[in-house]
Design a protein around this ligand. Structure first.
Ligand code: SF4
Length: 386
């Protein structure tokens, strides 16, 4: 199987999105402006360094013209803005600013000898899995190699996140496989902050193991055909939102002129009305219960009579243990712990599902486990709170 880093990250973000893109191979139904702007900035930086290969220092004006022309040419109806308060023009200007800052920081772009630009690499992770990817820029400086990557996101990662990021580490492994280059420094350009972060490890083998584990998870999902949607703060950027079961109904309603009679819309409203009433009734029930007990106590009664029911009010006292850990210890010492503990079948089923039990135990338990459909409805507010 051939995987790319973006396919692996896509599965981690949302298995269903991964399925749409990499299994069903559905063309993106829309494209977010952040990715669009990122592509245009990448193209401009590629041009900048390609010119350099031909001994030409591209002027800032030419660079921005190139960026804006590509922007105009590629812009389409499919591009959408995720944040309502901003417009496409805001993003175009952001990209321009990134390029201006980069240009002024690195001019005349002599940071080393350019070995490759937008280099497509294809190499094995192990005997089963291959990786394909594109390296933004490979540079050689005094016999040492650097892998450069441009980021246009507004998120500045922590040191730990950088150290754990597998993508560039993966490309270091690719350079070793393809050219036998052992010593590689990784360089991230966070263009929104005009900052570069460098990382150099003695070995990038950890990334290989990490990715194999991630791919094994994907293979397991493919085998069982289980790709649940994973709703998260990334959903607003998702190219497949219009067909995703989490959002498809919303799109349907948006297209309808009159939604009040739509079946699903009506059912959710009725369900919510009933839940609200049940909550109100619960509060009322507690208030009446308290009054009834108080009435019975005041009149020294055990039974209070109504038209159809008699309320039999029994007051008893229960014992409650605290400090569970201490009690556990005492019972264990007395050899009575098992008598008073219950088997946690929820946890057992969870560990079974996630293959966390020893193989022989899984085999022994298999005949006692059955899968049942479990349906629950959670109501949430229409506007997601980020
Ligand atoms: S909208 Fe969200 S849940 Fe649906 S496929 Fe995309 S990322 Fe997954």
């Amino acid at each position: 199987m051939i995987y790319s880093y973006s396919a692996i990250s896509s599965f981690e973000a949302c298995p269903l999105k991964f399925k749409y893109a990499y299994i069903d191979k559905i063309e993106p139904l829309r494209r977010n402006i952040e990715a669009f702007m990122g592509n245009r900035v990448h193209e401009a930086l590629e041009k900048l360094y390609r010119d350099k290969l031909y001994e030409k220092v591209c002027s800032l004006e030419e660079l921005l013209n190139f960026y804006n022309e590509r922007w105009k040419k590629e812009m389409s109806e499919q591009i959408f803005v995720t944040k309502e308060e901003y417009r496409i023009e805001n993003y175009r200007k952001m990209g321009e600013r990134y390029l201006i800052d980069y240009y002024n920081t690195y001019k005349p772009f002599d940071e080393g000898r350019i070995i490759a630009l937008e280099k497509k690499v294809f190499f094995p992770l192990n005997e089963k899995y291959w990786i394909v990817g594109i390296i933004d820029r490979i540079v050689e400086k005094d016999g040492k190699y650097e892998v450069h990557d441009y980021k246009t996101s507004l998120y500045f990662p922590t040191k730990k996140e950088i150290e754990n990021d597998c993508q560039l580490q993966l490309y270091a492994l690719a350079l070793d496989y393809l050219y036998g280059i052992k010593e590689v420094e990784l360089v991230w350009h966070f263009l929104a902050f005009n900052k570069e972060i460098r990382l150099k490890k003695r070995s990038y083998e950890g990334a290989r193991m990490e990715l194999i584990k991630k791919i094994e998870k994907i293979e397991k999902a493919i085998k069982s055909n289980e790709f649940p949607p994973r709703e998260s703060s990334l959903c607003p950027y998702c190219e497949y939102q219009p067909i995703c079961p989490v959002f498809r109904h919303k799109y349907k309603l948006e297209e309808m002129e009159e939604i009040t009679e739509e079946e699903g819309f009506k059912l959710v409203n009725e369900y919510w009305n009933i839940l609200t009433k049940i909550e109100e009734l619960k509060i009322l029930k507690e208030e009446i219960k308290e009054k009834l007990i108080e009435y019975a106590k005041r009149n020294n009664l055990q039974c209070v009579y109504g038209s159809e029911k008699v309320a039999n009010i029994k007051i008893s006292k229960n014992l409650y243990f605290n400090k569970k850990l201490k009690i556990k210890e005492i019972l264990k010492k007395e050899g009575l712990y098992e008598k008073y503990t219950k088997l946690d079948t929820w946890k057992l089923a969870d560990d079974f599902r996630n293959n966390l039990l020893p193989k022989h135990l899984m085999e022994k338990l298999r005949e006692f486990i059955e899968e049942k459909e479990n349906t629950r409805i959670y109501l949430k507010n229409l506007e997601r709170e980020e």
